[in-house]
Design a protein around this ligand. Structure first.
Ligand code: FAD
Length: 306
């Protein structure tokens, strides 16, 4: 219920204005977002890489509605990749891209062309790209674009969401050699016809999908903060004899940093997903929807006079 309300608010421009102008919003945003500028992203990446973590960078922005916005997003990624390469932060850092930010909603070919340009730049910088997955109406289109990109850039990563009923089958399709697949639970509000609704069902699906990916030939990227899913991931790594070069854990910037350090300390590959940029609103609201404790923290900061 609370999750639905927050996810609905994530689409409201009135609530966005209210949140953006509240006095201590910036402090809350800073916990989950590296900053507004490319330099902020680089600084955060340097810190994480020095701490032994890998990174994937996300330039915030989604639901782009004009070709000019899509091109501007592409150009920001091209600039970022050049800077990452120049700073010696590749291949430790890769980038995560939302096709909706590249024009998918109004021109799939434009989104493909923009994504391809980003793959070319990533390849030149010695790293790769992962295509984030958005709501279920975009899944087929995103997997179609992924297939086209992988012809020239086979290391392009996919994201599959365990809450979707179709995902076990997609995991089977995408568990071939060299296929990088991030498995997450899923962050959007989806109807019962396509998605499991209870946390328990989603968790069971996550484990089934993890079993398929960890026993397959691809490169699984287990994106979760859930202690139970992480423990099962560690167990499957032992069971299927997967060393740190054959799978990785992924978590979001600012969430369970001690656990990220613990896993890296135990020799696992751990990648932190680092968002940056001005358009933090939708991203922040999805994080709040996931965890009421974050909402309390946020509410306190919003009303605080200190
Ligand atoms: C690297 C990465 C990339 C992602 N990419 C996508 C994507 O492309 N598309 C998409 O739809 N979703 C994406 N997500 C979001 C994902 O789908 C989930 O919404 C999100 O990760 C929350 O699910 P969870 O597995 O962490 O567990 P949850 O079910 O949210 O939480 C389970 C347990 O994890 C622990 N936990 C969770 N959050 C915290 C916290 N803040 N502090 C302490 N403990 C906590 C608690 O013990 C909690 O009970 C991504 C997530 C990650 C980590």
């Amino acid at each position: 219920m609370l999750r639905s309300v927050i996810l609905a608010a994530s689409r409201s421009s009135q609530v966005e204005r209210l949140v953006a102008t509240a006095p201590y919003t910036r402090d809350v945003v800073r916990r989950f977002v590296a900053g507004a500028a490319t330099d902020d992203a680089l600084r955060a990446t340097r810190g994480l890489v020095d701490d032994g973590l890998a990174v994937t960078l996300d330039h915030l922005g989604e639901d782009t509605v004009t070709p000019e916005q899509a091109t501007a997003t592409r150009d920001e990624y091209l600039k970022l990749l050049k800077m990452l390469g120049g700073a010696g932060l590749t291949p430790a850092a890769e980038v995560s891209v939302k096709l909706s930010a590249l024009g998918q909603m109004f021109d799939e070919q434009l989104a493909y062309d923009n994504a391809r340009a980003i793959c070319v730049a990533a390849d030149a910088a010695g790293t790769t790209v992962t295509l984030d997955m958005e709501d279920h109406t975009t899944t087929d289109s995103t997997l179609e674009v992924l297939g086209r990109l992988r012809k020239d850039f086979p290391s392009t990563g996919a994201v599959l969401q365990a809450y979707l009923r179709r995902t076990e089958s997609d995991c089977r399709e995408l568990s071939s050699a060299g296929s990088r697949v991030r498995l997450c639970k899923g962050a959007y509000k989806e109807p019962e016809s396509v998605a499991y609704q209870s946390a328990h069902e989603v968790d069971k699906s996550y484990v089934r999908c993890m079993n398929i990916l960890m026993s397959g030939d691809g490169y699984p990227m287990l994106a979760t903060h859930d202690p139970r899913m992480i423990a099962i991931g560690e167990d499957r790594a032992r069971w299927f004899d997967r060393g740190p070069e054959r799978f990785e854990f992924q978590m979001l910037y600012g969430i369970r940093p001690e656990e990220q350090a613990r896993l890296a300390g135990e020799g696992y590959t751990v990648r932190t997903y680092v968002p940056y940029g001005d358009e933090w609103y939708g991203y922040l609201m999805r994080r709040l929807a996931e965890r009421p404790a974050n909402l309390v923290f946020f509410g306190r900061a919003l009303i605080s006079k200190k």
